[in-house]
Design a protein around this ligand. Structure first.
Ligand code: SF4
Length: 258
């Protein structure tokens, strides 16, 4: 699979269609902002609590997941869940919505930078008011053209609680890039108060200021979020971090594509 082809995007497939939908941003710096989401397929990490596991947890791969404990949960058929789309097709789907704030999400969008750069150029040519945010796990370096087109990076560095090895999740050069980019904001998924030491260590190592940091409870149900909200807001107050809810979980639960 050639992920460097600028004319082809591999998107997640949901209900047999590429996952492009109009909703509100549920997390981080732009929380609450009406946005159109373009969800790419494929990820270079495999977080044990990932709630978009249908972008990477393929049959035949060894990665464990919390959902393994759910009755009937099975890994996914890679061929059935990747939509191969031309940039024109994606632009047409984005154009059906009135929104100009576009969120490139995944999976890991930065695995497909040439095609996403092409998409951003194509949309801006149709209307210069398009604004682009990308979610990223902070392990892949933005390329020059991609970086020039992006308005905001929502960087979500993964902690030990994700189940990814440190070698996979912490890339020094990439962290240094995002730490020095005025367009980058950091969002950490926190499962336990003990995760804080790791967050503080990372922020210190890469000189990230507290006002660029959002802490968000790990959880894909309202109950899980509620159980972590109180102690996490206390941590945010102590260190001057922003607290991020997961609005889409609060509103729609685990329903996808809304
Ligand atoms: S980096 Fe994001 S998409 Fe990839 S496995 Fe982790 S949570 Fe899921």
């Amino acid at each position: 699979m050639n992920l460097r082809n600028p004319d082809i995007l591999r998107l997640a497939k949901l209900n047999d269609a590429p996952e492009i939908f109009y909703s509100i941003q549920g997390e981080g710096r732009s929380i609450g902002r009406p946005s159109t989401f373009v969800r790419t397929s494929l990820c270079n990490l495999h977080c044990i609590w990932c709630d978009t596991d249908y972008t990477w947890n393929w049959k035949g791969t060894p990665f464990p997941h919390h959902f393994d404990a759910l009755p009937g949960y099975e890994k996914y058929d890679k061929n059935a869940l990747i939509a191969t789309c031309s940039i024109e097709e994606v632009a047409k789907m984005v154009h059906q919505y009135p929104c100009r704030n576009i969120i490139l999400t995944g999976g890991e969008p930065l695995m497909q930078q040439p095609a996403l750069a092409h998409l951003m150029r194509r949309l801006r040519a149709s209307d210069p008011n398009y604004r682009f945010e990308t979610e990223t796990n902070g392990t892949l370096l933005p390329e020059v053209e991609f970086d020039a087109l992006i308005d905001q990076y929502n960087v979500s560095p993964k902690l030990e609680n994700s189940g990814n090895s440190r070698r996979l999740r912490e890339k020094k050069k990439v962290y240094e890039f995002f730490a020095s980019s005025p367009k980058a904001f950091f969002k950490f998924v926190v499962s336990d108060p003990a995760d804080l030491a790791e967050v503080l260590e990372l922020l210190e190592r890469y000189s990230v200021a507290a006002d660029k940091v959002w802490l968000m409870p790990e959880g894909s149900t309202r109950e899980q979020l509620e159980a972590r909200r109180l102690w996490l807001t206390d941590i945010c107050k102590t260190y001057g971090f922003y607290f991020s809810d997961r609005l889409h979980v609060q509103i729609w639960g685990s329903k996808k594509g809304v």
